[in-house]
Design a protein around this ligand. Sequence first.
Ligand code: 3HC
Length: 662
Amino acid sequence: MPANPSIVSFQHHQSIGLITINNPPVNALSQAVRQGLLECLQEAESEHTIQAIVIACQGRTFVAGADITEFDAAPKPPFLFDVFYRIDQCSKPVIAALFGTALGGGFELALACHYRVAITGTKVGLPEVTLGLLPAAGGTQCLPRIGGLALSLDMMTLGKPRLALSLVEEGIIDRIIDTEPSAYTERVIEYSKELLNTGQGVRPVSAMPVNTTDDDKALLDQWRAKLAKKAKGQTAPQVIIDCIEDAIKLPFLDGQSNARERFLACKASSQSRAMRHAFFAERSASKLEGLSDDIIAGEVNRVAVIGAGTMGSAIAMCFANANIPVTLLELNKEALEAGLNRINQRYQQSVDRGRINAADLNRRMACIKTTCDYNDLADIDLVVEAAFESMEVKQTIFQQLDKVCKPEAILATNTSYLDIDTIASVLSCPEQVVGLHFFSPAERMKLLEVVRGNTTSPHTLKTAVELAKRIGKIAVVVGNGYGFVGNRMYASYGREAQNLLLEGATPAQVDKAMSDWGMAMGPFAVNDLSGIDIGYKARREHPGLPDDPCYFRPADLMVEAGRLGQKTGAGFYRYDPQTGQRESDPIAIERIRAEAIKLGVPQRESISAEHIQQRLVTALINEGRALLQQGIARRASDIDVIWLNGYGFPRFRGGPMWWADQ
Ligand code: 3HC
């Protein structure tokens, strides 16, 4: 019997030994699980009536990985690989019964088993790279042996889980079982008996050769170059390739020993610590501390979106993607048609890229109804207003909604800046108003700021957060204040970038410094892409602009000169009319320099990349600190989640507040 049978248990099913892991919520491989597995394996192997062993799990998923909460402490034996190697060397066939998400150490456990079966819909993957790590428990040596080099490079360096069904042909999954979950274990036991009856025995992966070809070196080099760009500045992806190369060149145990050493180095690195912080920060962001468990989220079966412009139609897609019927409302048929065409086009692009199939497109389009009549919103559970960014327009819409919607309907606004309480003030039910601030492109960006106004009720808040999860967003609850958290910090960051231009830096210099630092794009490239006039107009409506003649002066200057960004062929940069290629523009640089002299801004002789990076990141940190002090952001880690998921802040730096703490 294992020391802790409630976590890992062992049962006889005639000739089959069933080892079951029960470590909620995701069966992570904690020390107790590793110990339990080892003890149960020993028992199963020594029991002469047992001829084959099944490893299964209780709960909602097969093992989802090593226990990440243990990574900050010194590792405690038995070590994962030692347990898995024991499985590999077992004298009786061992079969993994996969379901849910078999990830990281969970998939490595499966790879160490001699056979793998999966229930329909199971996903498997090695996402360690997303935590700045590499698969440490044999995965780097097992997967190339079973699935080959190309698949290993893809799965380990990109970290994206795959459907088990798609790995049957690759020889990784031996059988897909299509059954009710309640009958699954029984079916796996039948499969194990079938293996025994057909005389199939152990199949240790450690004894398998890696299929090599003359092209292997070129393939590895190709991936090294690709990841140097795609995962710029990150260590783990390159180290994973070194481990895969070892799988080709070295005996199994030597390759594994190198992988283990490299894993320990990655685990101790600032990059992995930052990425692990990001993992837990994202999970705590949607936790509503202080809210009683008695508060139940409302049911949301029908949604409406007001406004079929770029944002409104993308928000409608978010609901259709999650199979939630959505009604799109516009002032006239032409605007509705334009919105529907836009949606159809975007879905078609996804079909062309192989992300969804034609049936998905049709199903999603069928989820979207259109109307020009507010009376059609009478049975809607939640409305998202995504109209023009003007208080007057929004208040008029909310007054209409107040008249037609059922009394319990939740009324959300997608405003990026405006005061939620002023919007709510025109309603008879202000407690049902909440901000749902989507980020563009809304159908792809994971972030959703859920803005809690003074009157927003706990029930409304909980319903909004639950809905966000249903549509696959990472919800962060923020307080009500101009620009909320993300955009207010972005304004400070932008202001500092603009000041640097006035001091003599060029847009290209600032952008390069920030993208070298790891930002997805530099601030001026972003500005040109989204349109410099958007911020210009927002500043004109801002009730409390600082009394500073330098405040966003370069941006205002560009707009006044008709240079609105990419859409006008010039902004902070100029764009080649044929290729759209971005180029530095001496005219813009000279204009800004002349203005700086007029404003009396002292010119710096040279500005280093480090100086630029420090100024911009410090601006973010200071604004983040103020937001925390004012209670608009609830936790420092929430700010990190917002910047990682909404503004392209490098995940391997953990977010601005994590960075500040280091
Ligand atoms: N270790 C410890 N805790 C984990 C965990 C793990 N590997 N995976 C998830 N959890 C925890 C979460 O923190 C969360 O805890 P909370 O309720 O206290 O906030 C709880 O489990 C549920 O997680 P989610 O909210 O994420 O639940 P979902 O159902 O949305 O997602 C999941 C489930 C797809 C399994 C997702 O949790 C996930 O992706 N987990 C991480 C998978 C992973 O990265 N595995 C690799 C780990 S590293 C490794 O294995 C190294 C090896 O090579 C040695």
